[in-house]
Design a protein around this ligand. Structure first.
Ligand code: SAM
Length: 227
């Protein structure tokens, strides 16, 4: 049984996939998919020894050593050419770390992989990276679980890049079209945070007007675009 967050990531892994789950921790995602018979092969990559050992013992406990290989490696260095990986999942990290992992390991990608990314913050960085590296977003999900809101971005390699506007990169092109209550909830919270920042700055003696205006613009953009 997976969290709704990881279940939603799992839903985009195609049956028979050759998966690399980077930052796998307990390897819950590949273990779940392998138990359902949905994986041809998987690599569970971890850069930290503790989580790597969690992955090793979970895989062993479930008797899945023949399908899933845990590897102690930094980012995409866990992937070897002979793995013929066709799906990469990176979940539960900041968007900046996810794009750093993709940049640092660019030579490990064949531009044939589906990327299923779940940034905890900084989703716009992830979308911008995808656009700049010829990955087309095919789906986005937003969900609430345990008091957190999570976004999942799914991308496949493309020949022709889609250029998104700054607004689409920020809010998500698919999420904007759908405008779900969870999306509105997420941005209503951000709006409330910005309102606090603006009020604090307006009370301060020397807050520069341009800075205050920039925050007011951000606040108004949320109002116009999502609410
Ligand atoms: N992916 C799992 C999930 O979504 O539930 C675990 C998320 S956990 C919060 C983030 C994991 O990423 C940690 O176990 C951390 O050690 C690992 N990690 C961070 N940077 C990494 C990197 N450069 N390469 C591999 N793993 C990394």
């Amino acid at each position: 049984h997976l969290s709704l967050r990881l279940q939603t990531v799992a839903d985009f892994v195609q049956p028979g996939a050759r998966l690399a789950d980077i930052g796998s921790d307990h390897a819950y995602l590949p273990v779940y998919l392998a138990e359902k018979g949905l994986l041809a092969k998987a690599v569970a990559g971890e850069v930290v020894r503790g989580p790597y050992e969690n992955a090793v013992s979970e895989i062993k406990k479930e008797g899945l050593d023949n399908v899933i290989m845990a590897r102690l490696a930094d980012g995409l260095a866990a992937i070897k050419p002979e793995d013929q990986i066709d799906t990469v999942t990176i979940a539960g990290m900041g968007g900046t770390l996810i794009t750093k992992i993709l940049d640092d390991g660019a030579d490990r990608l064949r531009h044939q992989e589906r990327l299923i990314l779940q940034p905890n913050v900084g989703e716009d960085n992830v979308r911008r990276w995808l656009q700049e590296h010829l990955y087309g977003i095919i789906a986005e999900r937003i969900l609430a679980e345990d008091g957190h809101i999570y976004e999942i971005i799914v991308a496949d390699p493309v020949e022709t890049p889609t250029t998104f506007s700054e607004t689409q990169l920020k809010f998500g092109p698919f999420l904007l079209r759908e405008k779900s209550p969870v999306l509105q909830d997420k941005w209503r919270k951000e709006q409330a945070r910005l309102d606090d920042v603006i009020a604090t700055m307006q009370r301060a003696q020397h807050a520069p007007k341009e800075k205050i205006d920039a925050f007011i613009n951000q606040r108004n953009q949320i109002q116009e675009v999502v609410l």
